[in-house]
Design a protein around this ligand. Structure first.
Ligand SMILES: [Zn+2]
Length: 179
């Protein structure tokens, strides 16, 4: 039963990876730039789409990500602070989910690994079982964190960005949320 659930989550995670590119508000290039600016590796300056802030080459008259023209949406010289704020919250949430699953799995592993000592005396096999169980749970939780945790974190992070982007657009463009 548990294996079925995990298998299903893994399948969902794989399917999600394929659909990620299409559900993103921000382009892949902008996401990389946001990470770089937040890490202090790049300056927040350039020419960006006035709608979705995809980095635009100087000669570009329309955005390759959202398709909007620069005549209708005047290019921006920097990415707004609010976009960085939502991106930081998104990355924070993604990391939180992954860490929670990794540490949660390890904690359960330590408890389970200690059971042989509780139920039986300390012998060579209970010591062996302790390290075996610990190692097994370590591998399991690392894998779960990277597959299920990554997928769940992504979904949760996306929900944050979508909600905040709606609010941001309401303030910027005067459109109703969920436009
Ligand atoms: Zn755009």
């Amino acid at each position: 039963m548990a294996e079925e659930v995990i298998g299903e989550s893994l399948a969902n995670a794989a399917a999600e990876g394929e659909s990620r590119a299409h559900s993103e508000i921000f382009s892949e290039r902008l996401l990389v730039l946001l990470d770089d600016v937040l890490a202090g590796r790049a300056p927040n300056a350039g020419r960006f789409c006035g709608y979705c802030y995809h980095p635009l080459a100087p000669e570009r008259a329309s955005c390759p990500h959202c398709g909007r023209s620069t005549s209708e949406w005047a290019p921006a010289a920097a990415v707004p602070r609010a976009v960085f704020a939502m991106h930081r919250r998104r990355r924070g949430r993604e990391g939180l989910v992954v860490r929670t699953i990794a540490w949660g799995g390890l904690t359960i592993g330590v408890i389970v690994a200690l059971l042989p000592f509780v139920l039986a005396d300390v012998t060579w096999w209970s010591v062996l079982a302790f390290f075996g169980l610990l190692f097994g749970f370590y591998v399991l939780s690392a894998n779960l964190a990277n597959s299920v945790g990554d997928a769940l974190g992504y979904r949760w992070g996306q929900a944050i960005v979508r909600r905040e982007w709606d609010k941001f657009r309401a303030a910027r463009d005067g459109v109703e949320p969920h436009d």
